[in-house]
Ligand binder design. Sequence first.
Ligand SMILES: Nc1nc2c(c(=O)[nH]1)N[C@H]1C(S)=C(S)[C@@H](COP(=O)(O)O)O[C@H]1N2
Ligand SMILES: [Mo]
Length: 527
Amino acid sequence: MGGVRISRTNLARGGLAALSGLLSGYAALAVAELVSAAVRPEAGPVTAVGGAAIDRTPAPLKDWAIRNFGENDKLVLQLGILATLAALGLVLGVVALRYRRVGSAGVLMFGVVGAAAAVSRPDSTGVADGLPSLVGGVVGAGVLYVLIGRLLRTRRHAEVSSGSGWDRRGFLIAATAAAAASSGAGALGRTLNGRRGQDAIASRAEVLLPQPASPAAPVPSGAQLRVPGISSFITPSRTFYRVDTALIVPKVDASTWRLRIHGKGVKRPLTVSFQDLLDRELIERDITLTCVSNEVGGPYVGNARWIGVRLADLLRETGVRPPSRGGPADQLVARSVDGMTLGTPVEDVMDGRDAMLAVGMNGEPLSFVHGFPVRMLVPGLYGYVSACKWIEDIELTTFDDYDPYWVKRKWARKAPVKTQSRIDTPKPFARPKAGTVVVAGVAWAQHRGIERVEIRIDDGPWRPADLAAQDTVDTWRQWSFPWKATPGSHTLTVRATDRTGEVQTDKRTRTIPDGASGRHSVVVTVD
Ligand SMILES: Nc1nc2c(c(=O)[nH]1)N[C@H]1C(S)=C(S)[C@@H](COP(=O)(O)O)O[C@H]1N2
Ligand SMILES: [Mo]
């Protein structure tokens, strides 16, 4: 029996070495959290690496993540990063027992990787963003070096008494101290980071939205059907879907926020403050927003009452003309404080529709997740080509000259919303009783309007659903259908026709590159 002899002591020491690796990772993250409070929370390693991972996620994987984790995808990503780091820590700890310097260097290397990710983020403010990961990596490497040192140190006394040859007590003291100091640093970092948004929160609390000069007409009473289980006509802000790449929701202080408008064909570049926007003529409009990642029948669509400034007015003031009137720029690129870029056809923004810089949603200032203080909205276009949240810059350019974030990732340059409809009730696999069952849902074709909705039971004929009153062509429209349900399994299918006469296609396509098409079906069993 030559080679390695695994004694119980060696096994225990190996376990403690792995634990040391884990502890060093914990120390690194905790210190990084503390340092990020002095730099900016977004520069923390998990956020930076997570952001870099999001940017590099291939579209099919992103689709899969959205399908399986929905709006929890970011949480899953961060937990995944932490689990990976924990595993790496365990391995590096064991490595360090054999090669102490190599193990420590490994920890340091992950710090360097985190720092590189942080510095190269689109919203990075410079090399300082690398500090949290770097300092964390140095401290983590040091912790591992010291702890492994305890495991390697021979105590003459110990050797004599137990033959184990390492400094149990010294290790325990060092490990406990490292864990305690890390917890303290991490907690302090968290508290300080939590405080950073206070100015933004205070600035939001101070906002008083003026009465819009052009208010929205009241929602027609017939627009909201009284059918249990149907989406409410106005989506409450709390439950409005959220889709963005931000791992930390930007907290922008409205009192220092500025928006710059510049670029091709801009004769008088403009910088406006939040107050400047509130002082202008405000419009109030109901607009339905949809995400291009919404599957047929999916949840990423919502309808809200928005208040904002007409974007076309602002553009005209700066001297911008649409391409149809000889303007040199055909693409408007909106950039957010977190470095996101979205490209919108200038023609669409200036063709008379209610494209706006929104400051209010459902009677309140925007919430932080929905873009406080200001976001863009263009009726009729998917969110990724129109609805920039936390906007801070508008550049007039051309589609030839610049590809924004999602276009670089193979999504279409232009993406008008496709005509769609969804069955809200009954739910899939519901078991209604035979007799009249009310089938109901929503249909949308923003800026074209919904003309007709039809229902098909199994392979039967298409029959018209009852349409709720239309609010505007920019909003979704509810519909219902009293179905004489007979016992057995049935497939209910819906299709909408928009006001251009276009019937919702049955051709199924994926969400990428320009939105899912196809028809929503629900299978139910009637008892
Ligand atoms: N800054 C920023 N704005 C953004 C995004 C983003 O990732 N970052 N996502 C866009 C997408 S894909 C959609 S569908 C809408 C969603 O807006 P909501 O989260 O308010 O529903 O925001 C758009 N604006
Ligand atoms: Mo989206």
